[in-house]
Design a protein around this ligand. Sequence first.
Ligand code: CDV
Length: 323
Amino acid sequence: MQGSVARQGRLSPMERKLRVAGGQLGPIQRADSREQVVDRLLALLTEAADLGCELIVFPELALTTFFPRWHVPDLAEFDHFYETEMPNAVTQPLFDEARRRGIGFSLGYALIERADDGTVHRWNVQTLVDTTGEIVATFKKVHIPGHDTFDPERPFQHAERYFFEPSPDGFGVWDAFGARVGMMICNDRRWPETYREMGLQGVELILCGYNTPIHYVPDPSQDELQGFHNKLVMQSGAYQNGTFVVGVAKGGVEEGVASLCESIIVAPSGQILAEATTDGDEVIWADLRLDWCKQYTGTLFDMDYYRRPEVYTRLTTMRGPNG
Ligand code: CDV
């Protein structure tokens, strides 16, 4: 099915087309160096470029192990897991190779920002880089899941709310790769507002990296549904907003914690165009006929014509059922 155009019809030479790849990663153990990881990312990028892809999407926190699975009393103890600038000495080869091969990428990583007044901000981000190696945008994760204090009941922590601030910026959309491109990170993909915010800006392609432990400690009945929920949210988000979605995992068993793989590329019809079949480093790819989006946003989901924002006021005035 990868790269198939069967479901979207034949591509005419006049149509806007983008060949896009997902660069799924297997686990990154704590002892692995960033240099080792960048070598793996370079191998995926090279494979995608050899396939003629113009863009490869890498996972969330793709330079290190998923460090929020540990809680440390002093937040600063884990500052070494954050980047202080992008590109930097370790990631520069990725930018250089992207420029040399003419392939863009999006990369998830932890970013620490220290303002002149001493304020420190820690973000979970994803940076989009174009085919010339220039940064298009850096997106900050909006929905931060998990908890912020040590939870002794858990076999492993998910302390993202300790390690990251939520984005104050929300969901932007950028003109890049001949398309309207948006980004989301992991838990963002579960929220319909994520897709709609970008849908209202005419998004055609949403890039998403994720780390999803199979065991969901607050409700283990969801464990066996992880793969189903992963597809459910990205397929429905794509369909309801007439956009392509590329969802890319860092999965496999990382530091003893099994995480979901199943990276997918979804069409505006909600159909899956490509799907990973391994729990390790793997390239998936598809040809996207970008005008396929209009078949949904210009008909059934013509938002300008059919939406009723005047009766949706709770969406921006309430956080949840309790106000
Ligand atoms: N990295 C994540 O955001 N993970 C969450 C888990 C905690 C549920 C996710 O939505 O996949």
